[in-house]
Write a protein that binds this ligand. Sequence first.
Ligand SMILES: C[S@@+](CC[C@H](N)C(=O)[O-])C[C@H]1O[C@@H](n2cnc3c(N)ncnc32)[C@H](O)[C@@H]1O
Length: 255
Amino acid sequence: MGKDRPRGQAQGRVLNPDDLTGRPEGVRSRKVHGRRQGRPLRPGRKALLDNALPEIALRLPAPGARLDPATLFDPPPADLWLEIGFGSGEHLAAQAAAHANIGFIGCEPFLNGVTTFLKHAADRSLRNVRVFSDDARLVLEALPDASLGRAFILHPDPWPKKRHHRRRIVSQPVLDELARVLRPGAELRLATDHAEYGEWMLDQLAQTPHFRLVEQWRTPDRPDVADWPNSRYEQKALSVGIPCLYLKSVRRESA
Ligand SMILES: C[S@@+](CC[C@H](N)C(=O)[O-])C[C@H]1O[C@@H](n2cnc3c(N)ncnc32)[C@H](O)[C@@H]1O
């Protein structure tokens, strides 16, 4: 997400992104580095935010309490998967359509991306996704231990300047928290089109005691698209000849 930008306008009024998140009163907000809103939303997109988002928004429990995954979907799904920073949601929508028996939580603070996902969800009549339009780290904190079967962080913001590296989402604190909420044997999938962030990801995975790298692909190879659908940033990178790295790791049994 580049630099912080002033909040945009939607249909003549300033949208306050904080009104749209599922963060209850008392849950402290976290500094999300990057944009919450881009171009002004067209009326159709604004209507999706107003009408469709509340239907599938994930509401966090009171501070200190944990989410109860069993209450998120009716009927309860076979498993729960999480996508952090889904962007405009092409990957999330494709996974949710391919796995109707799985419940998905998608986290994305950029509201224009959220509206694009809402359109994909409406077009595909998806009923197995909950959206949190704020910082994914708040969801991680609220999830019970060993509650997830899979997590995705695809093409996260690379924050290329050295002084911004501490903003990178793939970091030891986030891997620790993912290790807490992923069951042993659960998959963590990472991808990037930024060569140096790719090395950083490999280094972060080498440092953590919690995950074991099991497979990696580099352009021109990639995982099977039926199992690992394309994301928008991946396609943007590939279309201009930037290679991508895809990493599949698993939560170790212990550690
Ligand atoms: C470069 S985009 C990639 C989007 C998508 N995964 C793709 O591959 O097309 C990174 C996304 O991560 C989101 N993001 C950044 N920090 C985040 C955070 N703390 N929690 C959730 N999403 C975050 C940004 O808003 C942005 O949409």
